[in-house]
Design a protein around this ligand. Structure first.
Ligand SMILES: [Zn+2]
Length: 112
């Protein structure tokens, strides 16, 4: 989102963050630390590149008699929500992070 951009180049995936423009507030108005933004984007890239997941959640399906069959357990978390879960785990392990914003939340640009 915003100035956070990812680039694919010759089969490599890159994460580029401009620290001068990576100032965000989460949905509770808490400032998101640059380290949290970096953690989120790297975790998301890991899920995409190493686990081969798309950005959003998806369903596994099989085709039977011309119909796609899915099951509730076939729902797979996408790369973004993998990164959200990793950030929640980190925040649980480090209570001091609870005071800062969640990079995986719905963000708005910090006007300051
Ligand atoms: Zn994300």
């Amino acid at each position: 989102m915003g100035q956070r951009r990812e680039f694919s180049y010759f089969g490599q995936q890159w994460v580029a963050i401009n620290p001068a423009n990576a100032r965000f507030l989460d949905s509770q108005g808490r400032r998101v630390a640059l380290s949290s933004t970096i953690f989120h984007e790297l975790a998301e890239a890991y899920s995409k590149v190493d686990l081969g997941k798309p950005y959003i959640g998806f369903e596994l399906g099989t085709v039977r008699n011309g119909m796609i069959v899915t099951t509730p357990s076939g729902f797979q978390r996408g790369a973004h929500n993998d990164a959200v879960q990793r950030e929640l785990n980190l925040r649980n392990q480090r209570p001091n992070l609870q005071l800062s914003g969640r990079a995986g939340d719905v963000l708005i640009r910090d006007p300051k």
